[in-house]
Design a protein around this ligand. Structure first.
Ligand SMILES: [Zn+2]
Length: 261
């Protein structure tokens, strides 16, 4: 109090200068205080981004985990809304990365087709097979039915959301979980060593999935054509995804991520 009353005896200009010094000191102290403690102690970051909406207005959510600056990896499920076996697999992988981290910058899109998942249908709510709707060099219009490719390439908002995501983040690896297998479906543009590793660790055969209709305009082809050198492939999960299958797919994802530089 005596100190303050001492200041009070000084001229207004002296008081003003003293306050400026005190503020400058306070600023110095605040600048030297670490502001981003969490990022330095825990490299696993978690962000949820709405990358688009379905025809029915449902959000399509991408969750970011792992280490930013690492190789970008995309894991997806339910591009076909009636193939829900991907849920326990992607949930397990998510939990593993949250607990143990990953050197990769991992994005998980659990539900590419929220309308299809809601209706439990292969197609989206306009009857389009999203995995035939991508703007690839081989896209062509196929007859309405189980594998209808849409009225034009990239006509569906769900497709547009994924297209925009891949163009923005340019993953080096994408894995698309489908049913029903089990099998790992290799893509001719991908790194065969990565796909073979995934097949070996899961114990699934490495064979081309039979195409119902024409396999044009697929998400894997779009990714491989858009990001040169990227590997994109389909994993057909078995009809019944047991804990053993969940763990094998987790181990396979970890194994192929470790192969990325
Ligand atoms: Zn499928």
């Amino acid at each position: 109090m005596r100190y303050i009353s001492g200041i009070a005896r000084h001229s207004p200009l002296a008081q003003f200068n003293l306050i400026r010094i005190i503020l400058a000191l306070a600023l110095l102290v605040s600048l030297n205080t670490p502001q981003v403690v969490r990022a330095t102690t825990n490299p696993t970051v978690q962000t949820q981004v709405e990358i688009g909406r379905s025809v029915g207005g449902r959000p399509i959510i991408a969750e970011r985990l792992g280490t930013r600056g690492g190789p970008v990896v995309l894991l997806t499920g339910l591009i076909h809304g009636d193939e829900k076996g991907s849920n326990p697999v992607l949930n397990r992988i998510r939990r593993d990365i949250v607990a143990n981290g990953s050197k990769a910058d991992v994005w998980i899109i659990r539900v590419v087709s929220p309308d299809g998942a809601n209706r439990h249908t292969r197609a989206n709510s306009r009857g389009v097979d999203l995995n035939r709707n991508f703007p690839t060099s081989d896209w062509q219009r196929t007859p309405r039915g189980l594998n209808f490719s849409g009225v034009s390439a990239g006509s569906e908002p769900e497709t547009q959301a994924i297209v925009s995501f891949i163009r923005t983040y340019r993953p080096v690896l994408s894995i698309w979980f489908h049913q029903v297998g089990p099998m790992v479906d290799p893509h001719p543009l991908g790194d065969i060593l990565i796909m073979r590793k995934f097949a070996t660790v899961t114990g699934y055969p490495l064979v081309s999935a039979p195409c119902r209709g024409v396999c044009v305009g697929t998400a894997t082809t779009f990714h491989a054509q858009t990001v040169p050198g990227a590997t994109a492939f389909v994993v057909e999960l078995p009809a019944k995804v047991t804990i053993s299958h969940v763990e094998r797919n987790l181990a396979a994802v970890r194994a192929v991520v470790s192969m990325l530089s």
